[in-house]
Design a protein around this ligand. Structure first.
Ligand SMILES: Cc1cc2nc3c(=O)[nH]c(=O)nc-3n(C[C@H](O)[C@H](O)[C@H](O)COP(=O)(O)O)c2cc1C
Length: 198
């Protein structure tokens, strides 16, 4: 199996992560920059944006998320939610994925025929970036998951890290040294999902 196929297969959701360093902060930055630079976008619009939170900044994100959830989750059910937040906070860092809505709007104005498609394509492109980052982190020996506490945390995140108004938060990816393996994964019969006609 070539490295590419192996990398795709080895990327998994790793929930139990620790703060123990695995690669340098510079390497983490390099991985995210690589993914954002080389992942395709519709019309090569390059609407993807990312912020990497490390150390105390990472901790702050999960404190903010915990506080925001506390306001909407009933107190008697908060235990499991808080445990989950602690699990993510136990990690080394988080990548925040955004899409710049100014770019999307610009495309809609420039190409009215495709106006409805641009927000969809922007999200698709963000998903591609997320997959590249997720797979690359895994290849570097880190474990990560994909989380969606937006839009609940949008305002606090924007205020804390001075996020431009046009950047829409799409996903959060906490990562760290894997401290427990991924769970079992079931696969639907592939012949029901892929058809070939020739
Ligand atoms: C678009 C998308 C959204 C997801 N959202 C979440 C999420 O909000 N929280 C979470 O824990 N996992 C989330 N996941 C992870 C999936 O549950 C996970 O990838 C899937 O069960 C397969 O497991 P694997 O990642 O170990 O291969 C998401 C995955 C995708 C592709």
């Amino acid at each position: 199996m070539s490295n590419f196929y192996q990398a795709i297969q080895e990327r998994r959701s790793i929930y139990v992560i620790s703060k123990e360093p695995v690669i340098s902060d510079e390497k983490i930055q390099e991985v995210v920059e690589f993914a954002v630079k080389h992942t395709p976008s519709s019309f090569n619009s390059q609407s993807g944006r990312a912020i990497v939170l490390l150390g105390e900044q990472h901790d702050k994100l999960w404190d903010i998320t915990t506080d925001q959830l506390r306001e909407v989750v009933p107190a008697e059910n908060f235990g499991p939610t808080e445990e989950k937040m602690t699990m993510f906070k136990n990690g080394y860092g988080t990548v925040l994925f955004f899409e710049d809505q100014e770019v999307v709007k610009g495309l809609q104005e420039a190409f009215p025929l495709y106006a409805d498609n641009f927000p969809v394509w922007s999200n698709q492109s963000s998903g591609m970036i997320q997959l590249v980052v997720w797979t690359a982190l895994e290849q570097e020996g880190l474990g990560a998951t994909l989380q969606h506490y937006n839009p609940l945390i949008d305002e606090k995140v924007a205020a804390e890290w001075n996020i431009p108004q046009s950047w829409k938060l799409i996903a959060q990816m906490p990562f760290g040294k894997p401290a427990a393996p991924a769970g079992e994964k079931e696969f639907s019969p592939i012949e029901e999902r892929v058809k070939v006609y020739k």
